[in-house]
Design a protein around this ligand. Structure first.
Ligand code: PLP
Length: 219
């Protein structure tokens, strides 16, 4: 299947999941994850009408997106991978959304760059719902305090939460936990669900699904 045909199929699956969940499909943004794919592979997907894309590395995104964005107006670029504080400047300059806010030093660096560049990317705090040591994100039990600190200490507006459930577990409980933390903190956006589980995530309230291989193929 070509990426454009796969895009149509993923959009149809999102529409169906929204219908099953009694949700308006306008509430769910498809973030097409184009990491590892070159501009030539991405362009047909842009031409098919997709405008929101996700990348997990600042350097890689810097290498291919400025030219693509110049050529195709209206692209929205999301950083979905971990961010080092020393890359905050480049990230704020390039991305329209950052899904991986997870520690004080990064908050501090982002707040500084947002003020300096007068840009305000949409921010998601990443929650490490499986408490996996190798994974980025705030532990669930530390989330409320972290979110309060983002607002009170760093003056940072966090709009939603993001999670990546452990690969070997059923994702549902992780999505539900993330939604619960968002609800009690008054956050409206939920970045959750990837190629294998975006329909489940939509049923549990996802507003942003990050779908890579189901569109672009295996990496
Ligand atoms: C790669 C990646 C995705 C997309 O994964 P697929 O299984 O290919 O859909 C989603 N979220 C994050 C954080 C990723 O790094």
């Amino acid at each position: 299947m070509t990426a454009t045909a796969a895009l149509v199929s993923v959009r149809a699956q999102i529409a169906r999941a929204c219908k099953d969940a009694n949700r308006n499909s306008a509430e769910v943004t498809l973030v097409a994850v184009s990491k590892t794919f070159v501009a030539e592979a991405i362009e047909p997907v842009i031409e098919a009408g997709q405008r929101v894309f996700g990348e997990n590395r600042v350097q890689e995104a810097k290498g291919k997106w400025p030219a693509l964005m110049q050529k195709h107006p209206g692209i929205e670029l999301h950083l979905i991978g971990p961010l080092q504080s020393n890359k905050a400047k480049e990230a704020v300059a390039l991305f329209d959304a950052i899904h991986s806010v997870d520690r004080d030093s990064l908050c501090e660096a982002l707040a500084k760059e947002i003020a300096a560049q007068k840009r305000a990317p949409l921010l998601f705090a990443q929650i490490n719902t499986g408490a996996e040591p190798q994974k980025a994100g705030v532990l669930p039990e530390a989330a409320d305090a972290f979110l309060k600190k983002c607002a009170d200490v760093h003056g940072l507006k966090i709009s939603g939460l993001m999670c990546i459930p452990p690969a070997e577990e059923a994702p549902g409980p992780h999505f539900a936990l993330t939604a619960k933390i968002a609800r009690r903190n008054g956050l409206k956006l939920l970045s959750m669900g990837m190629s294998a589980d975006f329909a489940d995530a939509i049923l549990l309230g996802a507003t942003h699904v990050r779908v890579g291989s189901a569109i672009f193929g295996g990496r």
